[in-house]
Design a protein around this ligand. Structure first.
Ligand SMILES: Cc1cc2nc3c(=O)[nH]c(=O)nc-3n(C[C@H](O)[C@H](O)[C@H](O)COP(=O)(O)OP(=O)(O)OC[C@H]3O[C@@H](n4cnc5c(N)ncnc54)[C@H](O)[C@@H]3O)c2cc1C
Length: 397
């Protein structure tokens, strides 16, 4: 009997989770097509950007699917041929499916604001996090002083995590570069009247207070209008800076618009109670129009849900309906401090950061055996700067 061809497109949280559930199933011929060779563990990218090891946010597929029966293919999905049930890549290669799970994630959106795509930094990929980190060092080498302002646009979790980690990192590297810096201007720029508008006012208050303690300025109601090589224009006023990080906008992957999928609110793809958008085409994670789309926990939940339903259907059972799972939000802000929110439950401080560490360990363990997951967690203590001056200084301590 020929096997059922399941094709997963995208190897992030949702795609990998679905693959781990379906792998080695005797009735399934499983392929995962991704434009990468590793899973990007986004939640720790802010640490890579502030001196951490790149391995912290990078889990190679080879290590996740060790000895597993899966075809791992590197390629960029471009088109879906619904009639012939194929996904076609930008190189013209085609991959057939009986069932396809689309898990492509989101892309950065600059909302057409002039200059941002040319001059701002981002931390949405390894390469971008490394580029930002190199810039911080290079600027100290080139000018012999820190930037006038370090500006992070977007007071959502990513912007806040990065802002929280920057003071300690900048303090360390300016010292390594032999600079006696008394004060650093680090600011979060947010268009909305409050930070973390999707969370409770209690969390907003606690995080604002923590940022204040760390010396981070908060510009609220502040709309970015443009960027040049030396300044960010906010509410008509130029703020001098050569270090602007854009964390304020993402949009759904262009694959869906380009291939005429049904697009709903927030640009997400419309799905039914089985996360199916059309017969045998499933859309999961950040791509799907579900209430908590946009979080890693939702993506893992979606991947597992669709895989379980496919296994059910192979046994002749009916699909189960999707149940929304409310995620817990944990946001680290600076060393040994995190805020936790789940419904009406709030927590902050050192205990919050321990919760975050155990959540990361659980996240890694979901993807790898316990030994490798523990190693992955311990990478948070590694330093990686690619700066000779800092490496020499570090060796002296
Ligand atoms: C900096 C940052 C920090 C974050 N921190 C947190 C956090 O702390 N907690 C939390 O819950 N969420 C966090 N998130 C959100 C979370 O990472 C996402 O919700 C999650 O990654 C979504 O999973 P996904 O599988 O839908 O997409 P992704 O994980 O983005 O995976 C998409 C996959 O598709 C691949 N791909 C893209 N285009 C193509 C193509 N054309 N062809 C083939 N493959 C393609 C990509 O390489 C990737 O493997 C963060 C996001 C960012 C950017």
């Amino acid at each position: 009997m020929s096997k059922i061809k399941v094709l997963i497109v995208g190897g992030g949280f949702a795609g990998v989770k679905a693959a781990l559930k379906l792998v080695n199933h005797p009735e399934i011929n499983l392929t995962m097509l991704s434009d990468d060779t590793s899973l990007r563990y986004y939640p720790t990218l802010y640490r890579v950007a502030t001196g951490g090891s790149s391995a912290e946010a990078n889990i190679p597929y080879e290590s996740i699917f060790r000895d597993s029966n899966i075809n791992l293919v590197k390629g960029v999905a471009k088109t879906i041929d619904r009639q012939n049930r194929q996904i076609i890549t930008d190189e013209g290669k085609s991959y057939e499916y009986d069932f396809v799970i689309l898990a492509l994630g989101v892309v950065t959106n600059y909302f057409g604001i002039p200059g941002l795509s040319d001059y701002s930094f981002s931390i949405k990929s390894q390469a971008e996090a490394q580029r930002f980190k190199k810039h911080l060092h290079q600027q100290l080498i080139d000018t012999g002083r820190p930037d006038t302002n370090y500006l992070i646009v977007g007071a959502g979790p990513t912007g806040i995590e990065l802002a929280g980690a920057l003071p300690a990192y900048l303090k360390r590297i300016t010292k390594s570069h032999g600079l006696d810096v008394k004060h650093l201007n680090i600011a979060l720029v947010e268009a909305m009247p409050r930070l973390l508008p999707n969370l409770s006012k209690t969390t907003t208050r606690q995080v604002s207070k923590r940022l204040h303690q760390l010396g981070i300025k908060l510009y609220l109601n502040s709309k970015v209008e443009g960027q040049s090589a030396d300044a960010l224009t906010v509410n008509g006023r130029p703020l001098p800076s050569q270090t602007v990080v854009w964390t304020a906008g993402v949009t759904n992957h262009p694959f869906f618009k380009d291939n005429n999928f049904v697009i709903m609110g927030r640009g997400k793809v419309g799905v039914d109670a089985y996360l199916q958008t059309e017969p045998k085409i499933f859309v999961v994670g950040d791509n799907a129009n579900t209430p908590f789309s946009g979080m890693a926990q939702t993506a893992l939940h979606d991947g597992e849900f669709v895989a379980n339903n496919l296994i059910k259907s192979l046994k002749g059972e009916m699909y189960s309906s999707y149940e929304v799972k409310k995620p817990t939000t944990v946001i680290p802000v600076g060393p040994n401090w995190a805020v936790v929110e789940r419904g009406n439950f709030h927590l902050k401080g050192r205990l919050g950061s321990l919760i975050r560490e155990s959540a990361d360990l659980k996240g890694f363990k979901d993807l790898e055996p316990l030994g490798s997951a523990t190693q992955q967690l311990l990478r948070q203590f590694s330093v990686e700067d690619y700066c000779q001056i800092c490496a020499t200084a570090l060796a002296r301590y």
